[in-house]
Design a protein around this ligand. Structure first.
Ligand code: H79
Length: 469
């Protein structure tokens, strides 16, 4: 553990101790401000529950719903805003928004293709919107007719196929679920110039409506868990004034009771600090992992689980005119950057209303997969960089007695300068060419690796440093 981490850890632990509620009957664990409410769990049990997730490091986020029909345009109006929020920014009343449903007929949807695209990219899990803020259920919900089987001409349940196919191909299947619901009668909008039934950042809860709504949410969550067996529940929309920390704790317990080893993000309660996504330190409880959105934290925190979710262009839900695609190089380097800080990277695709993933996304994911097929070892099951400072040439990850150097800027003089490590280096080689040993010079001032004249990969060449005892 480096000094920076140590300082933060001590500070955060101190805070946790000071602020711990005396009434807490459950076990406090080592994860700073992430304190798990009942069911009680030891650190070892928690580590076991989080194991697959911590090792996965890379997942696919899928935002798919009725908003794929307008695809970012309503009555000729376009916006720089995110596509799945069109009900909000275009001020679309419920009854009008519902008219997208007859046009949602994804006959080209093919679960095998979607899962293959994720798998070939090197992704280990999939998180799909079961219900976004618009309230539309993308799965066959028995407690709502506002779902894909009852409300659209498609009539089938794509989630059933996707969950089964993910299992077949060895990917972990997970759900996103929005707490705010712009379609449910319990909630309404009270904002100047806004239709009371349109979408809005904040909604009001009708008197007596909350009990009925929580019952509805729990019924849907029960369906989701018992029918599709998700490994993560990824909540969102928790910032509504009518949603409290107590509501979050209650929902967390409800979900864990249904599936004890499920993993739940921090947006179930009120702990997250805005889009930075990590937890406020004055909260007793905030789910199992932090959720930075559209950003990568400047540094990681040991013992804190987090996942950066990011888009490939500028929207989550499909917008036909959004062509601001990140390059494959940026996507790969983001994945490396996240891993070097000890987090997971949840990269989004926004499929179209016909059921296809946009081609620019498919192409980029294939590019990421090409890099991962050679260098995946330097990402999966790794922990954060062992170096205190950010490296000038790129990033580092570690695993057991290995340090992986992800070189973005290849040294022109053939000498890669690396800060000292606690243990001496016994062997160095390029992950792309393990048989060819690289010469290493070590001293108190640092380590120098003699490298070939050109990079093995212009995006990031990975050099493995094996360390002795
Ligand atoms: O599903 C995608 C987006 O539709 C959704 N989250 C990703 C994963 C999203 N929800 N909200 N936003 C994006 C932007 C809203 C931000 C804010 Fe707030 C809500 C600003 C103020 C209230 C959350 C709470 C961030 C700061 C406080």
């Amino acid at each position: 553990m480096n000094n920076y981490f140590r300082k933060v850890l001590i500070g955060a632990l101190g805070l946790t101790v000071v602020l711990s509620f005396p009434s807490s009957s459950f076990s406090n664990n080592s994860t700073l401000n992430f304190v798990t409410p009942p069911p009680a769990e030891t650190t070892a049990e928690r580590d076991q529950r989080m194991k697959w997730w911590r090792e996965a490091r890379f997942g696919m986020f899928i935002h798919w719903g009725l908003y794929a029909v307008p695809a970012g345009e309503y009555n000729g109006q376009r916006s720089t805003r995110i596509g799945e929020w069109i009900m909000e920014w275009a001020n679309i009343p419920r009854t009008e928004y519902e008219k997208f449903a007859p046009k949602f007929n994804p006959v080209k949807f093919n679960a095998r293709d979607w899962v293959s695209i994720a798998k070939n990219a090197g992704m280990k899990y999939i998180v799909i919107t079961s219900k976004h803020h618009d309230g539309f259920a993308l799965y066959n919900s028995k407690v709502s007719s506002y779902d894909i089987t009852d409300f659209t001409p498609y009539k089938k349940d794509p989630i059933k196929e996707l969950a089964a196919e993910a299992k077949r191909q060895g990917l972990v299947f997970c759900f996103y679920y929005s707490i705010v619901d712009w379609h449910h009668p319990s909630q309404y909008v009270d904002a100047p110039g806004k239709d009371p039934t349109a979408g809005n950042r904040t909604t009001k809860m009708r008197a007596g409506g909350k009990e009925e709504y929580v019952k509805y949410m729990k019924a849907q969550l029960r369906e989701l868990i018992t029918t599709y067996d998700p490994a993560v529940l990824w909540f969102d929309g928790e910032w509504q004034d009518w949603w409290t920390e107590e509501d979050g704790q209650d929902l967390y317990r409800f979900v864990r009771d249904l599936k004890p080893n499920i993993i739940i993000n921090n947006r179930v309660g009120k702990g997250r600090q805005g889009m930075q996504g990590m937890n406020k330190t004055d909260r007793q409880y905030s789910g199992d992992f932090g959720t930075p959105e559209q950003r990568i934290p400047p540094s990681g925190l040991p013992g804190v689980d987090w996942e950066s979710c990011m888009t490939m262009n500028t929207t989550w839900g499909y917008k036909f005119y959004d062509d601001q695609w990140k390059t494959t190089e940026t996507l790969v380097r983001n994945l490396i950057d996240v891993a070097s800080k000890g987090g997971n990277y949840l990269l989004n695709v926004g499929p179209m209303a016909d059921g296809l993933i946009p081609q620019p996304s498919v192409e980029r994911l294939a590019g990421v997969g090409k890099w991962m097929s050679v260098n995946g070892e330097a990402i999966y099951a790794t922990t954060a960089s062992p170096f205190q400072a950010e490296l000038t040439f790129g990033r580092a990850t570690s695993k057991h007695d290995r340090v992986y150097l992800h070189v973005f800027e290849w040294p022109a003089d053939g000498k890669l300068k690396v800060p000292v490590l606690s243990k001496s280096v016994t062997k160095a080689y390029l992950l792309a060419n393990p048989k060819n040993k690289l010469e290493v010079t070590q001293g108190s001032e640092g380590i120098t690796v003699a490298v070939p004249a050109t990079a093995s990969d212009p995006i990031a060449s990975v050099i493995v440093l094996e360390q002795g005892k």
